[in-house]
Design a protein around this ligand. Structure first.
Ligand code: ADP
Length: 430
């Protein structure tokens, strides 16, 4: 029996037992005092309470009754073919007889009712009050209904159950169809978080721009020096909003296309060279030198524009979070597929000499808007979306990103991609 029904049934019996003990005490006192009226009253109450206890045990609410296994009536036996079909369903499915006993639970339902639910009363195998109450209502003739419930352990999961009672089938069984809504709820939460984060990120620069407009209209109206300074800040903030919107749009575009892998061959060395030239002025401003450690082409299967964005984001981060006047190295390599049928992989590693990243932060770096140091990211013009974009592009490419970092020494971001046909030709034994 479930904890819930066991607890409630124990309380039910406990109340009756306490009343019975009280009646016996009254009876004992009456005998001791030799009062005949009290003796009769005590005997009568003991009789009434004992009767009530019996009736309650026999006719109390269905779920508090004993749940001894009973054979399933022939009329409710599912044919083997029907059982086999229902077993294949991914959604949990339960069939109860008119007394609320489980007469069928498919494989998916085991995670909810456990492995030995057969012929047991539903209250003996389920610990969810919302669902048990709905079962009671359906068994007592209510209309078909849908209830939501949550199972908190071992990991919180959200479900929705539809209950329907057959009026035509002999034995009037109740069908419970359960849908796992956990992934959907999680996606809704993520979407809500994302919208909240995106609006927060936009609100900050917008507030700064509006504030400076008011100041320029007000007391700084004729202050030429202040005007120049404020216009400069407004331009920086406007740039931040522009970058954020561009990154948000990129992310959406990439996500929409994620299920559609690219097919062409791209020379990743040339792509890295283009990305590095575009970022050369930023590197120069910080006195950072960038070394591309390969000249000959290396082909990966990919989309040139998207891979350019991947390497621009990684090299830009190596500049933003690297050591001033330090070095950034981009290394390349390829390896065989160890006998598998794919064409092997190529890798591109971007190494910097920055402060490094705390170990616990590494798994979160590709989350949208996650930053180790928010202030530093903002000062360096970051949006918190660069690595999320990298991750989604690599998902589309069936590639992956590996991050290694040592505090005080630097970080290495390595991109793995499926080797292009031309690279795999060079991998084949000659
Ligand atoms: P941002 O626009 O903030 O740079 P990213 O998504 O590109 O956003 O990176 C997320 C966070 O990861 C950064 O804010 C930074 O804290 C950390 N990070 C990324 N690259 C590096 C790096 N090369 N060295 C140290 N930290 C890094």
């Amino acid at each position: 029996m479930s904890d819930l029904s066991q607890g409630q049934s124990t309380a039910w019996r406990g109340a009756h037992l306490a009343a019975a003990v009280a009646a016996v005490l009254v009876l004992g006192l009456a005998v001791l005092a030799g009062a005949p009226t009290l003796i009769v009253a005590g005997l009568a109450s003991a009789f009434i309470i004992a009767g009530g206890f019996y009736v309650a045990a026999e006719r109390g609410p269905a779920r508090y009754r004993a749940t001894a296994a009973a054979p399933v009536p022939d009329a409710l036996q599912l044919p083997d073919a029907a059982q086999a079909v229902l077993e294949c369903l991914d959604d949990p499915l339960l069939l109860l007889d008119a007394a609320g006993r489980v007469i069928f639970a498919n494989h998916a339902a085991v995670s909810i009712v456990g492995p030995d639910s057969d012929r047991k009363h539903i209250s003996a195998v389920l610990r969810t009050p919302e669902l048990l109450e709905a079962v009671d209502r359906t068994l007592n003739g209510a209309e078909n209904e849908t209830v939501s419930f949550t199972i908190p352990v071992p990991v919180q999961r959200h479900y929705e159950a539809s209950l329907a009672r057959s009026r035509t089938l002999l034995g009037a069984p109740v069908l419970i169809h359960i849908r796992d809504l956990t992934a959907m709820r999680r996606a809704e939460e993520l979407r809500a978080d994302f919208v909240a984060n995106a609006s927060h990120e936009l609100r900050t620069p917008l507030a700064a721009v509006s504030g400076f407009i008011d100041t320029l209209r007000g007391h700084a109206k004729n202050d030429e020096k202040a005007r120049e300074l404020f216009l400069e800040i407004m331009s920086v903030e406007a740039g931040r909003m522009r970058r954020l919107i561009e990154d948000l749009l990129s992310l959406t575009r990439i996500e929409l296309n994620e299920h559609n892998p690219p097919a062409g061959d791209v020379d990743v060395v040339a792509v890295v060279r283009d990305a590095v030239s575009a970022l050369a002025p930023l590197a120069q401003a910080d006195g950072i030198s960038i070394a591309i450690e390969r000249e000959e082409p290396l082909f990966a299967v990919g989309d040139r524009d998207e891979l350019t964005q991947v390497f621009q984001n990684l090299v830009h981060n190596a500049i933003k979070y690297g050591r001033e006047k330090g070095h950034v190295r981009v290394r390349f390599g390829q390896f065989d597929s160890f006998g598998k049928r794919d064409s092997g992989q190529v890798f591109v590693a971007v190494e910097d000499e920055g402060e490094g990243i705390p170990r616990e932060a590494i798994p979160r770096l590709t989350e949208r808007f996650y930053r180790v140091d928010v202030k530093r990211s903002r000062e360096r013009g970051g949006t918190g979306l660069g690595l999320a974009i990298v991750k989604h592009i690599l998902n589309r490419h069936q590639g992956r990103l590996e991050i290694e970092s040592t505090l005080g020494t630097g970080s290495t971001f390595t991109v793995f991609l499926p080797a292009g046909v031309r690279s795999s030709l060079s991998l084949s034994p000659s």
